[in-house]
Design a protein around this ligand. Structure first.
Ligand code: 2XT
Length: 136
């Protein structure tokens, strides 16, 4: 079984910048998550692709978290990830929206519900091994 380790990275991301995460999806991936915000309890974005997990099949679940409380989840079944393959996830944001780009033709918008101007926290959980992180 996989050891579910959380990869915690401290970043200092202003809203004019973007962060590009590349990595590899486990060959038997069920679910992974990228969490961005000020800390684990206050997330601008919980980006959670589910291959087959908690009743979701090949669906991207996005949500926010405020003082540990989850907000209203948003689902998208345009699912570009493949088990065992590399993936690039490119996240940018402004005072209104988060934008998650996965390829030229596929991006997801999610409201910036917390209105944070800065992201100091990025954690990666589940069946995804981070290979690089680039802020530009
Ligand atoms: C239909 C009645 C039950 O609804 C289900 O309720 C679950 C519990 O609230 C919902 O699952 C939660 O959805 C949240 C986003 O809205 C988060 O994804 C909750 O997971 C938090 C979390 C992260 N981690 C670390 C992690 C992440 C990915 C892989 C491995 C470890 N462990 N727990 C996850 O438990 C789940 O999305 C929801 N399903 C539906 C269809 O609404």
């Amino acid at each position: 079984a996989f050891v579910m380790e959380s990869q915690l990275i401290v970043v200092n991301l202003h809203s004019r910048k973007s962060i590009k995460v590349t990595g590899k999806v486990h060959s038997e991936a069920k679910s992974f998550a990228l969490n961005l915000g000020s800390d684990g309890s206050n997330l601008l974005l919980h980006f959670n692709p589910r291959f087959d997990n908690q009743g979701d099949f090949r669906t991207i679940v996005c949500n926010s978290r405020q003082d540990r409380e989850w907000g209203e989840a948003q689902r998208d079944d345009r699912f570009p990830f493949q088990q065992g393959e590399e993936a690039m996830i490119w996240i940018s944001f402004d005072a209104k929206n988060m934008t998650v780009k996965m390829s030229e033709e596929h991006e997801i918008k999610f409201p910036n519900r917390l209105g944070l101007e800065r992201i100091e926290f990025l954690s990666v959980d589940g069946d995804f091994k981070v290979q690089s992180i680039k802020i530009d």
